[in-house]
Structure formats: structure tokens, C-alpha cells
Design a protein around this ligand. Structure first.
Ligand SMILES: Nc1nc2c(c(=O)[nH]1)N[C@H]1C(S)=C(S)[C@@H](COP(=O)(O)O)O[C@H]1N2
Ligand SMILES: [Mo]
Length: 257
């Protein structure tokens, strides 16, 4: 770590200030984004309360009006998962689908769509930017991820939120699409689990029955076909260890716009 801008020792010292360590980590990720994963993994003293304190004053992604909505919103990546488990859920119009939330939480849960719709809902019209060079403005509705995470009780050592998807792209056990965000993005007010797109139930091509919207990040972070959300203290044990399906194949983990 000695070559990093902020040394491990520096971070641990900051940890003694509580909020400081996390706020500092949140700030420096913009300066040294490629090293952010390692830096975060070395921050040991931050508490959940400190993470919450970060929420105040987070910049919002731009929101648009109905008139700005794109007449056509391209579907990209997987548009019809061929995994048998997903196919079985789809055949039943997702009536048997549950969103598993587990990992570093005190109350693991299996949420139904009705459970998710009973929570306070947020609707936002935002621009989606894909690295492949297209953008589209769409309207999304769903509960805030932060509300859900709060309700399951996160452990103090929680650092990442991992999204496990229902589509297997690679054929092997490592081929399932997955993504991860830090707690700054997880608790961002515009980070929602969307079940509704442009006022209609989310279509299979766009990630039915539920997909992530993490509006200050590039398209590939917006995991579709959500099956399980895992709270972790690291991401190195997943896939090829880089925090996401495309990150494992060379894309940046921090895909801020
Ligand atoms: N599970 C899953 N999520 C995914 C993908 C995917 O292939 N599988 N593709 C990503 C990419 S690269 C983009 S641009 C968006 C596309 O979302 P859309 O189909 O609603 O346009 O989903 C992202 N989330
Ligand atoms: Mo993308």
C-alpha cells in the first residue's frame, strides 16, 4: 500500500475519527478510482452509522421530464436468459420468484414482489449510458435499496453489496452475471430496485422481474434479472475477483459517469 496516495496506516488513523474514514474513502475514490477496491478493503473501523452519515449531500444524477423520454430504449446484453431456473420462473410469470438478501446481515430474507411493492417507491427519469456508445432516457420505479438494506440489519464490517443475476453468459459456474457497488452507491437515494419501466412492468429484455438502477454509474453496473443480493466485506471470492462480470473481463469496477 505504500505507493498509494493514502497509506493503510493513514486510513486506520482516519478510522479512529469514525465518520472520517468512510467519508475520506468516498472522497478519494474520485481521485484514485482504480485503487478504490483495495483501499476500501483496508478500511477496517468504519461503522454502519458512519456509512449512513455519508448520505447527506450526495450529488444526484440528473433527472429528466416525461417529454425527454426516449421513444425506444435499447435492450442490451442478455435479453432472454436461457438458464433453466430463470426459464421456470418466467413460465410462471415470476409468481415463484423471490429476492434473497443475505450475507453480512442480521435478518436474511426472501422478499416477494408484493413485499417490494409495499415499501415506499421512488420514480425517476434518468439517462442510461452504455459503454458501447448509446444512451437512452427512461422512467424507473421501485423501492430504494438503502431502505431494504436498513431493514435487514447490516453488519458493521459490511463494505459491498453484490447483485447475483439469473442469466448465465459463460456456460460454466462462473458465467452468471453479477455486479457489486460500495455502500455509498448502495445508499444513494437514486439507487433503486426497479420492477417498473416507463409505467409498465419490467419486460424480460430489460431485466424482469427486478433490476438495479444505480444512476451515477455506467450501464453495465445496472444488473438485470436480480435473484440474490449479498452483503459482503470483499468481492475477491466472487467470479474472477474483480467485482463484476464485465470487471472480470477488463472493465473498471468504479464506472462513475
Ligand atoms: N444480468 C445482466 N445485467 C445486465 C446486463 C446483462 O447482460 N445481464 N447487461 C448490462 C449492460 S452492458 C447494459 S448497457 C444494461 C442494459 O440494460 P437494458 O437492456 O435495459 O438496456 O444492462 C446491464 N445489466
Ligand atoms: Mo452496456
Amino acid at each position: 500500500m505504500s505507493s498509494k496516495i493514502l497509506s493503510r496506516r493513514g486510513l486506520l488513523t482516519a478510522g479512529a475519527w469514525g465518520v472520517g474514514a468512510v467519508a475520506l474513502a468516498g472522497l478519494i475514490r474520485y481521485l484514485i478510482a482504480p485503487n478504490y477496491l483495495e483501499i476500501l478493503e483496508s478500511a477496517e473501523n468504519a461503522t454502519f452509522a458512519a456509512q449512513r452519515a455519508l448520505l447527506a449531500g450526495q450529488p444526484l444524477a440528473r433527472e429528466f421530464s416525461e417529454a425527454d423520454m426516449s421513444p425506444i430504449f435499447k435492450a442490451n446484453g442478455t435479453v432472454l436468459p436461457d438458464d433453466p431456473a430463470y426459464q421456470a420462473l418466467m413460465a410462471n410469470e415470476f409468481a415463484d420468484w423471490r429476492l434473497r438478501i443475505d450475507g453480512l446481515v442480521s435478518n436474511p430474507v426472501d422478499l416477494t414482489m408484493a413485499d417490494l411493492k409495499r415499501l415506499p417507491q421512488r420514480t425517476q427519469i434518468t439517462r442510461h449510458d452504455c459503454v458501447e456508445g448509446w444512451s437512452a432516457i427512461g422512467k424507473w420505479t421501485g423501492p430504494q435499496l438503502g431502505e431494504i438494506l436498513q431493514s435487514v440489519g447490516m453488519a458493521p464490517n459490511a463494505r459491498f453489496v453484490v447483485f447475483h443475476c439469473g442469466d448465465n453468459l459463460g456456460g460454466g459456474s462462473n458465467g452468471f452475471y453479477y455486479e457489486s457497488v460500495d455502500l455509498v452507491d448502495a445508499f444513494h437515494p437514486q439507487t433503486i430496485l426497479a420492477h417498473t419501466m416507463n409505467d409498465a412492468p419490467l419486460k424480460v429484455a430489460h431485466g424482469a422481474p427486478l433490476r438495479l438502477r444505480v444512476e451515477r454509474q455506467l450501464g453495465y453496473k445496472h444488473a438485470k434479472y436480480l435473484m440474490r443480493i449479498e452483503v459482503t466485506d470483499r468481492v475477491t471470492h466472487l467470479g474472477r475477483g474483480k467485482g463484476g462480470y464485465w470487471e472480470d473481463r477488463g472493465y473498471e469496477w468504479y464506472a462513475g459517469i
